[in-house]
Design a protein around this ligand. Structure first.
Ligand SMILES: *Cc1c(COP(=O)(O)O)cnc(C)c1O
Length: 732
């Protein structure tokens, strides 16, 4: 059949549409959209690290127009754009039904980091990834929410490993023009500029908007000519610099963030502080009320009614504390706008308000000036109530007003393309779910389906998905990871010139039980724990019939030498010990590497020093890919594990001393590995299928995947914290 050429009007529509699509990271969780960019330049897709904006800059207008004369391709683009428009314009959302008032007065979600996608590396770890997933799920639900963070133009560091196996940090400049972000303009079409008082200066900043589906996230940027260099560099790096930089970054985020929203005419109903970094926003809200004539106590009370706070860690160093001198210095100008003695402000950040030597703690400020506070898992809630009990001396421990909402992940965003295609094909084959038989579900239907317990109940049913199909999927994903690792290691080792030669195409065994560990190398996460039983582990990796192997990755904080020593140790083992060939370390752990690992590994290992892993989320990403967790009963896993859906290391308890705990956990880990994990994985029937193993995967899909989603999490935030509380403002 002859195709009519596209008219120039149609061409313009499609090219404009594609440019808009590239600047809304919705495309990262729509497989059809992603494949359009991928197809435009397969090589660019790899080299530009999956950057849709950069691909559109790479492909000339002329090429794009010619490519769109391919009727099949044009039809796909049209379809994707239709779904995108449908998504943006959808009226009957969960948010419209359950939280209509938040559409006019949204939730303002403040976070020092947001992890959206590998091309915008402005997150250091799980906290940022969680914030990104929160925004994506809020968008999917049609919830009124705006995000606020900083635009770190050098982002978080890129990791390489030097010839001493020591982590080196590299920073590259991010170019907004090449990223899915747009300048925030005023009504005259000029860049919107706001000010915030920091130290003795007025610091100017502008902002960028990242479109996260329907949710805007604003990135504040102080890199302006009129600012002194050290103020311009406040938005240089994620958690960069010393505590002076840190307090100033936090003033920009909290105070500047409120000012930006006011300048944009956004009047939030709720300010959600994701971690204490943003807690200075409470002082700005108080200042506004004082300026409008309220008294200090009344202003604090009103502010409290607008704010909620999520605490994310029981690790001491995770709670920012600033000395009275530093507060004095950083607030030199701002404090003059709060017409009470500064001592009264300092009291807000102290456990003992009248102890003038006590440092100012951002978590204390947030707790004192919020209407409700929560931790991120049940155990973390208990630990947090204990930790902050002294702030509520007249309350018994169980009544300390810190509840919990267990974290979740943006499921569709974390699914690897292979798996999105797999589930979508299965859905359309069966003609189940929202789609009529034989037709793929539309994007919104499919997104809703994939989040539903009903879908995962069906997925876990052998009548829907046979053991053979599931095992074939596992094999495919494991091979994809191994080939990814081989490619990465080839590049990694090329940059070094040591004479040690590894045959990359034979590295790792596609048939072996593959155990993954990928996360920040904070020492409490104990990356090297499993290698404490070194000789035993070597024996397991070299077993001819039941081999195991390891894929590790993770960054240590630039100033964490202990974490860097862990990395050094593991890389040393991977290169120079008997584990060589059975253990690899992938450099530069980020969202992309994480996705490869959580999808390809058979077992996701998590062995933090309990109870320091407040929730953990990386293990939640394994389930939809058929991966199983092997984890200490800490954070989310303590709630998720039921004896049939993965593996537990030790009990729902921990020893008092760190040494004893490490010793017990190491022994328990080895025991579960040899008595449960390995036998189950290698127990094959006459067809070569590990039926019992697959049964565990089914249990994980049924019981974990739909439960630990960001959709469930955001709904809980809405129902319990975002919507107006009773006049007492009773927190959970
Ligand atoms: C999911 C994720 C995390 C969080 O992992 P935890 O196991 O919870 O520490 C950190 N970094 C990246 C890149 C992730 O994708």
């Amino acid at each position: 059949m002859m195709q009519k050429p596209l008219t120039s009007e149609e061409l313009r529509e499609l090219t404009v549409g594609l440019n808009k699509l590239a600047r809304n990271i919705w495309w990262t969780w729509d497989q059809g959209a992603q494949e359009v960019f991928q197809e435009l330049s397969p090589r660019g897709w790899q080299n530009l690290y999956h950057n849709a904006v950069a691909i559109l800059r790479e492909v000339s207008d002329y090429e794009l127009r010619v490519r769109l004369q391919d009727a099949v391709f044009a039809q796909r683009v049209r379809q994707v754009l239709r779904e995108f428009q449908g998504y943006l314009g959808e009226e009957a959302t969960w948010g419209a039904e359950h939280a209509a008032q938040l559409r006019h007065n949204p939730v303002a979600y403040f976070s020092a980091e947001f992890g959206f996608h590998e091309t915008l590396p402005i997150a250091a770890g799980g906290l940022g990834v969680l914030a990104g997933d929160h925004a994506k799920a809020a968008s999917d639900l049609g919830l009124g929410l705006v995000g606020v963070t900083l635009f770190y133009r050098e982002g978080y560091f890129q990791q390489t490993i030097d010839s001493n196996n020591w982590q080196a940090e590299h920073y590259t400049l991010l170019h907004p023009k090449n990223l899915p972000m747009e300048p925030v303009l005023n009504e005259r079409g000029d860049q919107l500029v706001c000010n915030v008082d920091i130290g003795m200066n007025q610091v100017a900043f502008h902002a960028w908007r990242v479109n996260v589906g329907r949710v805007p996230v604003y990135l504040l940027d102080s890199n302006r000519d009129e600012n002194e260099q050290h103020f311009r560099d406040l938005t240089l790096r994620v958690y960069g610099g010393d505590s002076t930089t840190r307090i100033m970054q936090e003033m920009l985020l909290g105070i500047g963030g409120v000012r930006l929203l006011r300048a944009l005419g956004v009047q939030p109903a709720v300010f959600h502080m994701n971690e204490g970094h943003a807690a200075f926003l409470t002082l700005e809200l108080t200042r506004e009320k004082l300026a409008a004539g309220a008294g200090f106590e009344a202003a604090l009370a009103q502010t409290r009614q607008e704010c909620i706070f999520t605490t994310h860690t029981p690790v001491e160093a995770g709670h920012d504390r600033f000395s009275p001198d530093l507060m004095d210095y950083a607030m030199h100008r701002f404090r003059t706008q709060i017409p009470v003695p500064f001592h009264e402000v300092m009291k807000l950040g102290r456990v003992k308000p009248d102890d003038r030597r006590e440092a100012f703690c951002m978590t204390v400020l947030a707790l004192k000036l919020c209407r409700s506070a929560n931790a991120v898992s049940e155990l973390h809630g208990r630990v947090s109530r204990h930790m902050w009990h002294s702030l509520y001396p007249d309350k018994p421990l169980e009544q300390v007003p810190i509840g919990h909402i267990t974290n979740g992940i943006h499921l569709i965003g974390w699914m690897k393309g292979t798996v999105r295609r797999f589930w979508r094909r299965k859905l359309s084959e069966e003609g189940t779910g929202a789609a009529p038989s034989g037709q793929p579900a539309s994007a919104p239907d499919w997104q809703r389906t994939i989040n539903s317990p009903e879908f995962w109940a069906r997925a876990a049913d052998p009548a829907f998905l046979s053991d053979e199909e599931l095992w074939a999927l596992r094999y495919k994903l494991r091979r994809e990871l191994i080939e990814f690792a081989r490619r990465r290691l080839l590049i990694q080792h090329h940059s070094l010139t040591h004479g040690d030669f590894i045959e990359y195409d034979h590295l790792l065994n596609p048939d072996a039980l593959t155990i993954g560990f990928g996360r920040r190398f904070a020492t409490y996460k104990r990356a090297p724990l499993i290698f404490q039983q070194f000789d035993n582990i070597v024996r397991l990796t070299r077993d001819k019939t039941r081999p195991i192997q390891f894929v590790f990755a993770g960054k240590a904080h630039p100033r964490d030498d202990a974490g860097k020593r862990y990395i050094q140790h593991i890389i040393h083992l991977s290169k120079f010990s008997d584990l060589k060939g059975h253990l690899v370390f992938l450099e530069n752990y980020d969202i992309h590497v994480a996705r490869q690992m959580v999808s390809g590994c058979d077992v996701w290992l998590n062995n933090p020093r309990r109870p320091l892993e407040a929730s953990g989320t990386s293990g939640m990403k394994a389930g939809c890919h058929g991966g199983l967790n092997l984890s200490i009963l800490d954070g989310w896993w303590r709630e998720g594990y039921d004896g049939t859906n993965g593996f537990a290391i030790g009990q729902d308890a921990h020893a008092d001393s760190v040494e004893e705990q490490d010793r017990q956990d190491s022994a328990n880990l080895y025991r579960v590995l040899t008595e449960e994990v390995i036998p189950l994985f290698y127990q094959r029937d006459s067809h070569g299928i590990p039926r019992q193993w697959i049964q565990r995967i089914r249990r994980a899909m049924l019981t974990l995947v739909p439960r630990f989603t960001a959709t469930r999490m955001v709904k809980e935030y809405v129902e319990r914290y975002y919507l107006p509380t009773d006049s007492a403002g009773t927190p959970h």
